[in-house]
Write a protein that binds this ligand. Structure first.
Ligand code: TYD
Length: 208
């Protein structure tokens, strides 16, 4: 059940992943800035996107109105558009593409919601380039809950038991995906985590 896909020939694809509150967005931005400063051609993006399907997903999540299969369908449609319009062109152009969430989120979140992980892998094999590096920021669910308690929470952020399952799948991602997967203890200071991520990324760039 391992995801085997040809890697992109030119660019480098990096996915930053983790449960809500793990600090993905902060770390994605720091990584983007550090690579830019080093003169690399780098593109930063995120999922769900700001496109029509991404907006529909956010809206539905806010109102708690969505069955797992329907959510899955929308995430896939959003991702297909994202890959066609942005990720593939950037990779073909030789860029380092950083995405704050990718299909790894679908494996973890929709997998935890009951969608078959083998189906998710099989579907994505058809259209989604596999990342050269997956960074998973790991924090306990209790910590995520504390960090998010002042923000508005959506369906996924609400349920601690659900997030525990999501985290469990993230921690076992090497069973599903055949690529470089790094699990990072994200309880540490932001700058320390950033340095660790940057070191892993520079290693991947050197070996590319
Ligand atoms: P998130 O990146 O946290 O959005 P925001 O920046 O608005 O906080 O993503 C929103 C939620 O969507 C988050 O709880 C994770 C969930 N999600 C999935 O369930 N499956 C997916 O494939 C993706 C990309 C996100």
């Amino acid at each position: 059940m391992v995801h085997e896909m040809p890697r992109s020939k030119k660019g480098i694809l990096i996915a930053i992943e983790g449960i809500d509150g793990s600090g993905k967005t902060t770390q994605s931005k720091l990584l983007f800035k550090a690579l830019k400063e080093r003169g690399y051609n780098v593109v930063l993006s995120h999922e769900p996107t700001e496109g029509r399907f991404g907006r529909e997903i956010r809206e539905k999540l806010r109102r708690n109105h969505i069955a797992p299969e329907k959510a899955y369908e929308l995430f896939v449609m959003d991702r297909k558009e994202h890959i066609e319009n942005k990720i593939k062109p950037a990779l073909d152009n030789g860029a380092i593409v950083i995405i704050d969430r990718y299909f790894i989120s679908t494996i973890a979140y929709q997998g935890a919601a009951g969608v078959s992980i083998s189906k998710i892998l099989e579907d994505h094999k058809q259209f989604a380039p596999i990342p050269d590096l997956v960074i998973i920021l790991d924090i306990p669910v209790e910590e995520a809950d504390k960090r998010l308690s002042n923000k508005s929470k959506d369906l996924f952020e609400n349920n601690m038991n659900y997030l525990r399952k999501v985290r469990e799948i993230y921690l076992n991602m090497k069973n599903f995906l055949n690529t470089n997967i790094i699990i990072i203890n994200a309880l540490r200071p932001v700058e320390e985590i950033h340095k660790e991520i940057l070191n892993h990324v520079l290693k991947i760039i050197r070996n590319n």
